[in-house]
Design a protein around this ligand. Structure first.
Ligand code: NCD
Length: 382
């Protein structure tokens, strides 16, 4: 059984707590871990641009005594020749002990994890999920506020395409008495599948356009960049561009003990004058991210048998839909950005929630259409 991280819910709350405890220990005594990945290789496969995530993975592995290899753009890989994600990952898992992969297609991490002989970490799949940013976010909140329970978290900006908010919501909804406030223009609201997930978890959430009104109630303000590259139509982007700018004047409305997070890069949604406010945690957050990635690499490598270096055996794929209620469906996912629209010969998979709603198991887009009787529930995570 190979342990992967494609979605933050692949880890239990207890596992995430243990990871944060380990990260605190690594932070206290980095020297103790400076050789613990000696002889191991991390492949960073970045089909999409990145500064923090790629470099923080690579620097984490180097600080653990390991080596790194990889590419920083799909144009520099065989994807440019038409190679599938499945084949790229199968090949790279002969060369590296662990893979961090970023890809523009939603659900790409799952395709990679299914075929790999070594652990695969989803370092961002289109506008879908970004679980290692969530590791950074959780550790930042816990370090700055001392808890992940009983807090009100405001998410502001692009809640539609912002993959970091989708993953953070999935993680926080498992904590006690968390309230969420979604602050966005109506065009960039939180997707309905995520809102249904929150409702099912019993968490209280509200939606507003008004940052000024919401700010005084928040313990955490999670600012995000409007994801220009994910818009199909540039005019739609221009309509929402610059919707929110957090200024020092606005910060006067915030609680004395609160923190401002931002996954970065920022465009203009947080004024640089706010940086010197002690409640601005976003640069510390980038540091915490590296420490959590160190803890994650150690965890995944220690929980997976060492495959790299051995001839891979033929396999029919790893279990990757852990914990989902998989169902059969005659429908097809209609999300144009879903990996099932690009990857060759991929079999569509579906999962269902308690209300019988059906979602694509790769990108989580709700499948619209009447649910037919013959869709029987099946138990399988492959
Ligand atoms: C984010 C991402 O790539 O989703 N950045 C990051 O990984 N720290 C946020 C963004 O690009 O806006």
């Amino acid at each position: 059984m190979i342990k992967h991280l494609t979605d933050i819910t692949d880890f239990t709350v207890e596992e995430l707590d243990a990871l944060m405890d380990h990260a605190s220990e690594i932070m206290r005594d980095p020297g103790k871990y400076s050789n613990c990945c000696k002889g191991k290789k991390l492949a960073s496969l970045f089909f999409e641009p990145s500064t923090r995530t790629r470099l923080s993975f690579e620097s984490a592995m180097i600080e653990l005594g390991g080596d790194v290899l990889g590419f920083e753009s799909g144009a520099n890989s065989s994807a440019a020749k038409g190679e599938s994600i499945r084949d790229t990952v199968k090949v790279v898992s002969c060369y590296a002990d662990i893979i961090a992969m970023r890809h523009p297609e939603e659900g790409a991490g799952i395709v990679g994890a299914k075929e790999s002989h070594v652990p695969v970490i989803n370092a961002g799949d289109g506008g879908h999920h970004h679980p290692t940013q969530t590791l950074a976010d959780l550790f930042t909140i816990k370090s700055e506020l001392g808890t992940l329970d009983n807090i009100t978290v405001g998410f502001c900006g692009d809640l539609k395409y912002g993959r970091t908010v989708h993953s953070l919501v999935s993680a926080l909804e498992r904590h006690k008495n968390v309230k969420m406030v979604f602050i966005s223009p109506s065009e960039l609201k939180m997707p309905t599948n995520i809102k249904s997930e929150i409702t099912a978890s019993g968490i209280d959430f509200s939606e507003t356009r008004n940052l000024e009104k919401a700010l005084p109630t928040l313990d955490v303000l999670y600012m995000t960049r409007i994801q220009k590259e994910r818009f199909d139509d540039i005019e739609q982007y221009q309509q929402v561009e610059g919707s929110y700018i957090l200024t020092t004047t606005l910060m006067k409305l915030a609680k004395e003990k609160m923190c401002v997070l931002h996954p970065l890069p920022r465009v203009n949604e947080v004024s640089a004058h706010v940086d010197s406010d002690p409640r601005s945690s976003y640069f510390r957050q980038a540091f915490y991210g590296k420490i959590m990635r160190k803890a994650l690499i150690i965890k995944l490598l220690s929980e997976t048998p060492a495959y790299c270096g051995f001839m891979p055996e033929a396999s029919n794929g790893n279990a990757v839909f852990n914990g989902r209620k998989m169902v059969e469906s005659k429908y097809s996912c209609d999300n144009e950005k879903c990996v099932t629209k690009f990857e060759q010969e991929i079999e569509e998979k579906f999962h269902a929630d308690e209300n019988g709603k059906i979602y694509c198991a790769y990108c989580d887009k709700e499948i619209t259409g009447e649910i037919l009787e013959y869709e029987k529930f099946i138990i399988s995570d492959k």
